[in-house]
Write a protein that binds this ligand. Sequence first.
Ligand code: NAD
Length: 511
Amino acid sequence: MSATVTPDLLSLVMRDVKAQNYINGEWVDGDSTFVSTNPANRTHVIGTAPMTSRAQVNEAVKAARAAYTSWRRLSWVQRAEFIDNLAQVLKRDLEEFSVLVTTECGKPYNEGRADVVESLHTAQYVAGFGRLPTGHVLSSEIPAKDAYILRKPKGVVGIITPWNFPVAIPLWGSLPALLAGNTVVIKTSEETPVCGWRLAKAFEDAGFPKGVINFVSGDGETTGDALARHEDVDVILFTGSRAVGKMIQQSAAAEAHKFVATELGGKNAVIVLEDANLDIAVNAALLSAFKTAGQRCVSSGRIIVDRKIEGQFTERFLDLAKRVRVGDGMDPSVFMGPLINPDGLAKWQHHNAKAKEEGGEILLDGQVLTGPDHVNGNFASPFVYRFAQYKENTFCLRQEAFSPHCAIIGVDGLEEAVRVYNDTEYGLSMAVITEDFRKWRYVRDHADYGLGYVNLPSIGAEVHLPFGGVKGSGNGNPAAETALEYLTHRVAFTVNHAEEIVMAQGLGTKV
Ligand code: NAD
């Protein structure tokens, strides 16, 4: 699917939307509202959205619990039909969604559209699961017994999502949850509440029964916390920062039944080995570092380069980085949009300052952009620095910057490259650039990551693959491919076909 910005698309830009919560099939206001603006132009108000109170979160969970009884009685195939309806709605409204994602979260239009295409693919993929086996039959030690393993829904699933994939991420977990017979409450990000509201409308258009899917908007401290701590929620799928994910896991540990799946941040890297094709290396590194202005969980803040080619690589990388055009994502010539909010800019500045303080050699001193095209947005240009020798225990090389902030680190050979790569608390995404199958195999087997790539950027996952990290990057994979594993209980079910009771392990039955 191509992505060109036409005047027709510009006519789809939304302004002053009055977004509401979607609870029990009804559109409802919150106790108060907050404003969502375009990060490329803060004078452009996308809309107002409800700030949802704890009491209203409770209403949403109650609605989901009430709907669970009848939703779980439908067959998997019947529930898949609703998801197929949603796929059709997403396809119908693809351009409208894409423009909204671009204007509310700032990603260039091509990326906004890719977000929506990813959602469509998720819906198509999960709908197909409705006709796959939902359990299996096993032999028993006792010939007259049949044993089954069956998947049963867990109940009410709470989903808390970040702003950077405001349409795709809410669907990663919610669609498998719904397919399996769970009901859902989604708390969308306070940065992209209108995207959440628009997604709720798509579910309404798809005809889901009332209460099966509920959407609330609001902040983390009240709305998110109320959902995460709610005692009648059985599973929490959290995608966001490591700090918040850890907090939610800790609070859920107080409830024996509650499972929390977390998808957290990363300090990802592209490893460029001495035999790399430099055209691929430079392009892959730039896309990994600066696509989405570095605001992907899989963005690479580190380019680890073999010293033998570091000079050549760096020269070409900097040439390309200087050509990155920063601006409003609806302008087709723009490569990099704004940061999501002024806090994002402040975080970028903090990480840049730490790089200077910790001894990084500054190669491209990124600036906050304030010219006529940028004055009302949260724009920054790429910041690139170098460590000729790896320096352990540095903040800038170990902590997620979530912004266009990137280090080039010189190393001697394959083994040092992997050692440096592994020296963070995270383990999300890794790309290695090499023509040598023995070298990528070594990296494949010795680096810690959930997503590995060869001769590609560290970004660009597809929905039918697992998406998740190891180490501090999370404990599970809310993406659709694996979600059914923890959105269902795998129960054992044994049937005796004999006229008497015969027990396994030779257990006696005489009373
Ligand atoms: P965030 O952690 O600030 O917020 C994520 C969500 O959590 C939001 O909806 C927020 O309102 C909510 N929240 C905040 N505090 C809460 C609390 N105390 N209780 C309950 N909910 C709370 O993250 P963000 O700024 O929206 O997104 C950026 C982060 O997300 C980055 O670290 C990025 O790497 C990560 N991320 C990870 C993945 C992944 O799949 N691994 C994908 C996208 C983003």
